[in-house]
Design a binder for this molecule. Sequence first.
Ligand code: AKG
Length: 281
Amino acid sequence: MHPKVNQAVIDSYHDIGVAHIKAAVSAQWVADMTRVLDGAIADLRAKNYANLPSTILGPAEFEDHDGYIRLIKLYWHDANMRKVVEQSDCPEIVADVIGADSMQPWIDGTFIKEGRDPQTATPWHNDECLFPLRGEHSPSMWIALTDVDHDNAPLQTLAASNKDKHRYVSSWAKGGVQPPPNFHPWSELLERVNTPGADIRVWPAKAGDMIVLHPKTIHASLPRTTQKDGRRIGFSLRWIGSDIRYEHNPTARTPPFQGLAGIKEGEPIPESVLPIVWRRT
Ligand SMILES: O=C(O)CCC(=O)C(=O)O
């Protein structure tokens, strides 16, 4: 097992759907990833981002207003980002937490918050509702690139929602389709987190900490309320581990990756689409 992982962390992942691995990556890793992101954001703002011809996830999504940045799907456009992740222990750490034998990187998301706008909060959701996948090994690896204190927009989670048997029809689901019978209404997810006494945990983190979220774990972030200057940066990457198989999801709005033409239900995601970057030996 990787020295950063221990049984308490694994038990936490299985019991409440969250593993907090303190100092999972070095200060150098944090600096390298921050530099990659700041460079990409400057290029996107200047509209001269050169590395966009991805064939895997389609174009990056960039939302940038009022002290809030949401940057999705940069990974397959940016060789430097891939290098920072893939030449680190990140895939092995996540694999050991979730119990996977191989790891394929998939979709990244960067969430930057400055100022004190309540809109900097990330709304309650879980990640798997739109996934065209079955299996347990599709976690999110969220890494704090700044200190994320209680007043600096930490993640919050609904404990044990990882054990749900059902899925939800996402608030972003494709309209006009019949969701499968095990998909519950989104309003139910919101009712659960708003129920008095709901077991909501808050996850302040230091720069370099990793929080691994089970794909079913219902989560959000608090808003940034600190009077301090600076920003809050969370970098998140969804992984595909060895138990994941393709399963058509009629509520998914867009294909999650290209190159899947001809894939059959129950097949693994081919390495030709998402390369395996770590294997258990
Ligand atoms: O960092 C955040 O505010 C949100 C992260 C998140 O929701 C995610 O990665 O799924």
